[in-house]
Design a protein around this ligand. Structure first.
Ligand SMILES: Cc1cc2nc3c(=O)[nH]c(=O)nc-3n(C[C@H](O)[C@H](O)[C@H](O)COP(=O)(O)OP(=O)(O)OC[C@H]3O[C@@H](n4cnc5c(N)ncnc54)[C@H](O)[C@@H]3O)c2cc1C
Length: 409
């Protein structure tokens, strides 16, 4: 009995670990992980030079993701860079505030978002699902200084088209004390997630086959019967099963007719090879190109989410624009180090289909088990959360549970 997990992004890694279980792949079934790329991690990966494809932040309320980190022995690799509230620099007037992301931190007046926090009941309650720009049209200060940065980070969708209900679902999960603590991988996604996940799978005797793109799947009478990889075909036995942990465009190519999101939004990351001594810092910027800036000894990484316009701009102009804003952030927050006026070398990473666009209205969700022996995972298949690491881990674990063989063992 073999379970073939296809796709070694976060969802596939979490699914393979759940299937292999504590005892490893000798518990009556073998687990095999197939990945098209030469590396694991998918949209959450380390690049060949060791940098991350993009800064990935988690929140303490991401219980599934933190549980997964614990299971692979990587929880300690994630640190909280701003325990005293997130610094947010407004480039329009140069003001610097520290804000708490959840109501449990708003007992301190100087950690509250500006613009009337009581209007945020529209988010924490369950009102009509409209765009965030419509929901907060009468609260421009609150929209610009709090709702928009949160929405862009969590939903990767501009507020003019982002779903109030989906951000509400995120916000409610952050409401309990401590849940909104923001965490980043101290040394990056390679040592902080991917390498420990692969080591945990190796320990459980789960082989990972890289460079293996699934080109097609044959089906008969509602079951998957054969997997067609480039260069290899796998005939599926009566007890074998398949778990797709693929992005929506690949899942729908292989299983036409599947419900899936069709439109995506890009995320840009700018990496400056300029190390910063001292602790990891994470600074938000309003009113500029940069949205979040991560300072680490390995370098500085700038995130620009929902980057529709910016992803068309050439890297040569993005670097100097971002560097000018970084210098302002450094001066405002007081980050020690050498700060040349001339921008250091900058590498721009554009992820054009970083996540689906999260709009109001019912989601286009596929069934978890579209074939009797084939389950679906992937960040886009979680019914309650936007496409994030948390959704990816939850989906991988849910798909593993959904396969009938798991309940038989
Ligand atoms: C720049 C950027 C920043 C982000 N920031 C955050 C953040 O701060 N916090 C957060 O929680 N989330 C963030 N996200 C979202 C997060 O990365 C994703 O939600 C998550 O990684 C999705 O994982 P997945 O396993 O569902 O899909 P993917 O990562 O897309 O994994 C799918 C895997 O399947 C493989 N594959 C595709 N086709 C085939 C095929 N035919 N055969 C075999 N293998 C195939 C792919 O190579 C890939 O490895 C960010 C995403 C990006 C791009």
């Amino acid at each position: 009995m073999t379970v073939h997990v296809v796709g070694a992004g976060v969802a596939g890694l979490a699914a393979a670990l759940a299937l292999a279980g504590q005892r490893g792949a000798d518990a009556g079934r073998a687990v095999r992980l197939w990945e098209a790329a030469p590396v694991a991690g998918g949209r959450c990966r380390a690049l060949p030079d060791g940098r991350d494809n993009g800064t990935h932040a988690l929140l303490a309320g991401n219980r599934a993701a933190l549980g997964f980190l614990g299971a692979i022995g990587a929880r300690e690799a994630w640190v909280e860079p701003e325990p005293d509230g997130l610094p947010l620099l407004d480039l329009a007037d140069g003001s610097l505030r520290r804000i708490a992301l959840s109501p449990s931190g708003w007992w301190r007046a100087d950690r509250r978002p500006a613009g009337g926090i009581f209007a945020l009941a529209r988010l924490f309650g369950r009102g009509p699902d409209r765009s965030l720009a419509e929901t907060f049209a009468d609260r421009p200060e609150l929209l610009r200084g709090f709702v928009e940065p949160l929405a862009i980070a969590a939903l990767n969708t501009p507020v003019a088209e982002a779903s109030t209900a989906l951000l509400g679902s995120v916000a409610r999960r952050l409401a309990w004390p401590g849940a909104a603590r923001l965490l980043v991988a101290r040394e990056g996604l390679g040592p902080g997630l991917i390498a420990p996940a692969l080591a945990a799978l190796a320990q459980r005797r789960v082989p990972v086959v890289f460079g293996a793109r699934l080109r097609g799947v044959e089906t008969e009478a509602g079951r998957a019967t054969r997997l067609l990889f480039a260069g290899e075909q796998i005939a599926l036995g009566r007890d074998d099963a398949v778990l797709f942990a693929l992005p929506p465009w690949e899942a729908t190519r292989l299983l036409p007719g599947l419900a899936a999101p069709g439109e995506h939004a890009p995320i840009l990351n700018l990496h400056f090879g300029h190390g910063v001594p001292g602790p990891v810092r994470f600074v938000g910027v309003l009113g500029g190109l940069c949205q979040w800036v991560l300072f680490r000894p390995e370098g500085i990484a700038v995130t620009v989410s929902a980057a529709d316009a910016e992803s068309e701009e050439p890297g040569e102009s993005l670097g100097p624009r971002a560097w000018a804003e970084i210098l302002r952030a450094v001066a405002a927050v007081g980050i020690a180090g050498e700060w040349p006026i001339r921008p250091p070398a900058c590498r721009v990473v554009k992820e054009r289909r970083a996540t689906p666009r999260h709009r109001p209205g019912p989601r286009s969700l596929p069934p978890r088990l579209p074939l009797a022996n084939l389950a679906l995972a992937g960040d886009w298949t979680d019914p309650d959360l936007p496409a994030t690491i948390e959704a990816a881990v939850r989906s991988g674990q849910a798909a593993a549970r959904a396969l009938p063989l798991v309940s038989r063992l």
